[in-house]
Design a protein around this ligand. Structure first.
Ligand code: ADE
Length: 239
């Protein structure tokens, strides 16, 4: 994409070898090759001041685990983060990530993501840097790296030129405020199960209506929270 500055993703981590991982393959990997986005990693330990490269210490007040030191992390962020772009910490105590936030991030020029391990990060650093804390859901990963990879993947696929068919983005879960309808392909009959007749009818309006009905049913059953918001008309790009 000549003339357009690539989106810049920065992962600040104790385990730089976990990157690019899946981001180096498939859609995201191809988009790096095409110059649509860049991925850089920063090893927090490179900014430790002792010969053991210590980045963490035991928590004041006691308790299990270790806490990442604010001074070491500040040095890592100061050396790598582009000011004016979001500085995100992926943690289960963050605000739940939604597609609307992903869209906003993809509309920007880049983002830095701090990956925690152990018990967490010194709170003073999070306050001083006004870090945005983001959670992928109500479950706990062993560290922030897989969460950062997931967040970067979600953003990168929305960058112009990454997913070629705009249509396939418009129909997917959350873009309408509903979960996605079911899909079918050949064979017509499989294991005694038929493809719904309407999908083979060639009747575009009926197909659209069927898909909308199934999307609504699935959302109502599985995600009462999304359903309530959809009914209230507060989210989603209404078509
Ligand atoms: N790090 C560990 N668990 C996480 C989660 N659920 N979301 C984001 N970051 C995390």
């Amino acid at each position: 994409m000549a003339g357009v500055k690539p989106f810049k993703a920065m992962a600040i981590t104790l385990f730089p070898d976990m990157f690019p991982g899946p981001l180096g393959l498939s859609l995201a990997g191809k988009a790096i090759e095409e110059g649509i986005w860049t991925l850089e990693t920063v090893d927090i330990r490179d900014f430790a001041s002792d010969k053991h490269r210590t980045a963490d210490d035991s928590p004041f007040g006691g308790g299990a685990g270790m806490v990442i030191r604010p001074d070491v992390l500040e040095a890592a962020v100061a050396a790598s983060h582009t000011s004016g772009t979001p500085l995100i910490y992926v943690t289960p105590r963050g605000r739940l990530l939604e597609q609307s936030r992903v869209r906003t991030l993809a509309a920007g020029s880049g983002m830095s993501i701090i990956c925690g391990r152990y018990e967490g990060i010194d709170e003073r650093f999070l306050e001083a840097r006004e870090v945005e804390e983001v959670s992928l859901g109500d479950f706990v990963l062993s560290g922030g790296e897989p969460a950062a990879i997931a967040l970067i993947d979600a953003v990168v696929r929305l960058l112009p030129g990454v997913v070629s068919k705009t249509k396939s983005l418009e129909d997917e879960s959350f873009e309408t405020g509903l979960l996605e309808y079911p899909h079918y392909t050949r064979p017509d009959t499989w294991g005694g199960r038929e493809v719904p007749e309407v999908l083979k009818s060639g009747h575009h309006a009926k197909i659209q209506a069927w898909r909308r009905m199934r999307s609504e049913e699935i959302t109502r059953e599985r995600r009462p929270d999304l359903w309530a918001r959809y009914k209230a008309g507060s989210i989603g790009v209404k078509k």
